[in-house]
Design a binder for this molecule. Structure first.
Ligand SMILES: Nc1ncnc2c1ncn2[C@@H]1O[C@H](COP(=O)(O)OP(=O)(O)OP(=O)(O)O)[C@@H](O)[C@H]1O
Ligand SMILES: Nc1ncnc2c1ncn2[C@@H]1O[C@H](COP(=O)(O)OP(=O)(O)OP(=O)(O)O)[C@@H](O)[C@H]1O
Ligand SMILES: [Mg+2]
Ligand SMILES: [Mg+2]
Lengths: 250, 250
């Protein structure tokens, strides 16, 4: 079972959009997929038209099992654990307990999917640490901009700490360049810099800025469903193939 | 003294960009301005080419006074209190103390500026609550997209709670529409919806998506300095006039 988190404390870089569209693409390749929303904003759930009843909060604090909170999405093979603002409370309730980094890992240890994708909030706190500790891999979405580049040192630092302290099998799946606009000098320059500096660690697939991707959430469907022929959807489909083909190398 | 925070738990909506460019515009209108970075990412400081030495963390926990951590920026009349990742520690150290919401308010109570602007992180936790409690007003930057609209209920809910519990004088300066692209249907539709729903509470000035604004941080200067003639800079200048003219109505 591959468990992949989408993490970056920089806000608005496409964590949710990438988690939702990759989960959908991989599910359409006949893999059994679960998407867990570890962000109190709950954007991953609503991107799939799933309203939060009980969700990630109840799962984490042990008030419900995975089977109780998992919801079937409209996408075949894709199940979702939605979240809501009450998830903020999980940190306050669990932060002083022993093994607080392992709550999510323990709560999903008995389940059986081919892939689990986890969306995380724009922070490096308790919820993101839980996501990383439960994962086999992490994808770091980032934009081709200065603040994203600056913030990279912190998310990669947290990744190394979690791997050393809590989860030695955690692996960096890659940096994913999102909302790229190759028409601008900044976009081209930044992409070149990032590829030069991080080489293999950057996915070959980059995701272009594409209005259909931004429109899809208001229709409650993923971008790859909303308009499969759009450049954004095609890029996420290519990314799905890249992620699945990586499986063979493992 | 007007103290204005930029808050929204939704990530990447232009909180930092708006705080930096508004602080610069208001400082160029001969007002004495202080910009405080309450986000551990430290993007407001680096947007002005200011590296963090001691900063917001030392100020909050009482290891330094405002005078020790304040730095002059290259922009006349604009001082900055930079931040860095150690700011994350302030919450852990202060969260169990009495009056924890008032630490920032107390630390800046004896100072004298015309305007203080405060950038906050993409969350509704301790740092944002401190910023709101210390403020006379709050600006909520948001993009014209579905997730921003969905998240609005939470930031406005937090605003009401802080006003009721900690800071009765807190006032909503307005919703600021950023990175607007009036060429897209989504952009036009969302702007219409937001203005219909929130009326007067939305600034007349909207900020267009403009590459010069995104390029400016890598040069360590605000967008309004990097390319004053650009549409993005002109919009922030117009916003500055709107915010200052509001002063007269107070
Ligand atoms: N390729 C794309 N083209 C156009 N718009 C995009 C693209 N990817 C994401 N967006 C839009 O950009 C905004 C930010 O994306 P998203 O919310 O997925 O980022 P995030 O990292 O999850 O944000 P947060 O830090 O708040 O969790 C959203 O409005 C989304 O619809
Ligand atoms: N008007 C604009 N035109 C183009 N790019 C913009 C504009 N405003 C902001 N940006 C870019 O969008 C990205 C997000 O903006 P910014 O970092 O200011 O948002 P934020 O809300 O402070 O993010 P965070 O939630 O991470 O603190 C940055 O790369 C910034 O340069
Ligand atoms: Mg998100
Ligand atoms: Mg910011």
């Amino acid at each position: 079972m591959r468990i992949i988190s989408f993490c970056n404390q920089k806000g608005g870089v496409g964590k949710t959009t990438s988690a939702v569209n990759l989960a959908t693409t991989v599910a359409s390749a006949n893999k059994r997929v679960l998407l867990i929303d570890m962000d109190p904003q709950g954007n991953a759930g609503t991107s799939l038209g799933v309203r939060a009843g009980r969700g990630t909060y109840e799962l984490l604090i042990g008030k419900a099992d995975l089977g109780d909170v998992m919801v079937c999405s409209k996408v075949p093979n894709l199940h979702v654990v939605p979240s809501s603002q009450n998830l903020v409370g999980a940190e306050i309730e669990l932060v002083s307990k022993r093994g607080r980094e392992h709550f999510l890992k323990d709560r999903i240890s008995k389940t059986d999917y081919d892939y689990i994708f986890i969306d995380s909030p724009p922070s490096l706190g308790f919820l993101t640490i839980n996501a990383l500790t439960a994962s086999t891999g992490v994808i770091v979405p980032m934009q081709c901009d200065f603040f994203s580049l600056e913030g990279l040192v912190h998310i990669l630092g947290t990744f190394r700490i979690v791997r050393k302290e809590f989860n030695p099998q955690l692996h960096l799946e890659g940096l994913l360049l999102t909302m790229c606009d190759s028409r601008t000098r900044l976009g081209l320059y930044m992409e070149k810099e990032i590829r030069q500096h991080f080489g293999e660690k950057v996915f070959n697939t980059t995701i272009p800025r594409n209005i259909k991707i931004a429109e899809a959430p208001s229709h409650g469907v993923p971008g790859v469903v909303f308009d499969v022929r759009s450049p954004g959807a095609q890029a996420y489909i290519a990314l799905g193939k890249e992620v699945i083909s990586y499986e063979k190398k493992l």
